[in-house]
Design a protein around this ligand. Structure first.
Ligand SMILES: [Zn+2]
Length: 493
């Protein structure tokens, strides 16, 4: 069978430095293989070794903690030194879409450096724990002040938690068909608000912000905004585990719908749809405003969940700032772009012209602007803060749910990898924007009446410039027609 030939080609010892794992689903079960062996993974944590030794030796979501352990030994070079939390559940979700799922998914080794195929110094996308670990902080009104906890959650829990904190009852945390979500509200960390206090929830997504580094810098006093949240709540040292692949649009969608990729349909930043015969690229400035076109019919966004429980009013009940997954939000940056005919059209027409990054009051290291993505991200994030301050001009008209995505953190971590100068400056500048917002809330006298959740869509690991190469020649040599999107999503045609 073709898939067996593909698995055999990708698990040869000559590819062991670039192929960490090959995963697929057979007869309803998740399988993983590499040069060491092959295993069938149960959702109850059981591992049935089918060949050689178990390549997925650990599923520990708390692996490489405390953070000093990760810093001391970054980028495990063999899968048996790594950990892959919720391996079966996450693989099964990726393979649950009838038209968009791949035949085989290839996981890059943490050290693989592949700039010729879109890779960066800092990378994410893997099933492994570090690239899948996003920060998870809860703070403010209705949050228990528990400080740093040796616990973890999942990114599919974020949407249900936001909706629950905004007043949606547990029984209504379902998809559009009334089925339970994949995630659950993190109710154990929440308590009742004082009687009569309006619910106002602010969700912050710092794209690609590294969990361990974020908490470390906050504890060292280098992220005063995050520290201010932490003293009003809690953070999980194990963060929140991303869906697989640990890429941006898949996880933004999982966060804001509470379900994995097999249910929401955004399988990756790039994927192939067999039903239409088209490549879909949902993670692009031109396609972000069209995200709703790719959501599967059963999906309900957190904005739709909250709007169902808040009476219509003149001011937005829900707001989605700089976020692609915005369906249902009363205010949405992407709605402005849709109205203008897309990102390029809006810029060309002089609408929403991005502010000059050189003049950004939040820029800490001007040298970072030499990178085009970082430069654009500073502009987008400055506009993001402007939007949030406008939405919160007055407390009584502020949204019940404000979702605010920040992008410079992704740019900084791609540019230099975790703990690098650009990564740290991206965290510091995002923190400075957060401080501006917190100060504004304080001036309105409502800082302690707002519930905050700070997270990201994935983690990051630094690649090794000496570990290069591609599995493409091995696939080409099979003479089987295929597509490799990503790279890593292999479709047999
Ligand atoms: Zn991202």
């Amino acid at each position: 069978m073709s898939r067996e030939a593909v698995v055999a080609a990708l698990t040869g010892p000559e590819l062991k430095d670039v192929v960490d794992l090959v995963v697929w689903v057979e007869h309803g079960a998740a399988l993983a293989a590499n040069h060491l062996g092959r295993v069938r993974l149960g959702t109850d944590g059981t591992h049935e070794v089918l060949e050689g030794i178990d390549p997925v030796a650990s599923e520990d979501p708390m692996a490489f903690l405390p953070y000093a352990r990760e810093v001391a030994a970054p980028g495990p070079s063999v899968s048996t030194d790594n950990a892959y939390p919720y391996a079966a559940q996450r693989i099964l979700s990726l393979f649950a879409d009838p038209d968009r799922s791949t035949d085989v998914a290839v996981v890059h080794t943490p050290r693989h450096f592949f700039p010729e195929e879109g890779g960066h110094v800092g990378e994410h996308g893997s099933l492994d724990v570090i690239q899948s670990r996003a920060p998870l902080l809860l703070a403010g009104a209705g949050v228990r002040r528990l400080g740093l906890l040796d616990e973890h959650a999942r990114l599919v829990d974020v949407g249900p938690t936001l909706a629950y904190a905004a007043g949606v009852p547990r029984t209504d945390l379902t998809d559009a068909r009334g089925a339970p979500l994949d995630g659950r509200p993190l109710a154990a960390y929440l308590e009742e608000l004082p009687a009569g206090q309006p619910r106002r929830v602010v969700g912050l997504l710092w794209d690609g912000a590294h969990c361990g580094e974020l908490l470390e810098l906050a504890e060292r006093g280098e992220l005063p905004g995050v520290a201010r949240l932490l003293e009003r709540g809690l953070a999980l040292r194990g963060g929140a585990v991303a869906e697989f692949p640990s890429v941006t649009l898949t996880n933004h969608t999982s966060i804001l719908t509470g379900v994995g990729p097999g249910r929401h349909g955004v399988l990756g930043n790039v994927y192939y749809d067999r039903a239409t015969g088209e490549q879909v690229v949902p993670n692009d400035a031109e396609t972000w405003p069209r995200s709703a076109e790719w959501l599967r019919p059963g999906v309900r966004t957190v904005f739709e969940m909250v709007n169902d429980h808040v009476p219509q009013r003149d001011s937005p009940r829900t707001a989605s700032v700089d976020e692609a997954i915005d369906r249902g939000a009363d205010y949405a940056t992407m709605a402005l772009l849709r109205a203008a005919g897309g990102f390029e059209a809006a810029t060309a027409a002089g609408q929403g012209v991005l502010p000059e990054p050189e003049h950004s009051p939040f820029l800490t290291n001007p040298e970072d602007l030499a990178d085009a993505y970082f430069r654009w991200a500073v502009q987008v994030d400055d506009m993001g803060l402007q939007q949030v301050l406008q939405l919160w001009e007055r407390a009584d008209t502020a949204p019940t749910l404000t979702w605010w995505a920040t992008v410079v953190t992704d740019a900084g971590h791609h540019l230099g990898g975790p703990r690098s100068g650009p990564a740290r400056s991206s965290l510091r500048q995002s923190d400075a924007r957060l401080v501006a917002f917190l100060d504004h809330l304080e001036s309105l006298g409502v800082l302690d009446e707002v519930t905050f959740l700070l997270t990201a869509d994935h983690g990051f690991e630094g690649s090794d410039p000496s570990v290069t190469g591609s599995w493409r020649p091995a696939l080409d040599a099979l003479g089987i027609p295929y597509r490799d999107e990503g790279p890593g999503f292999v479709y047999l045609l």
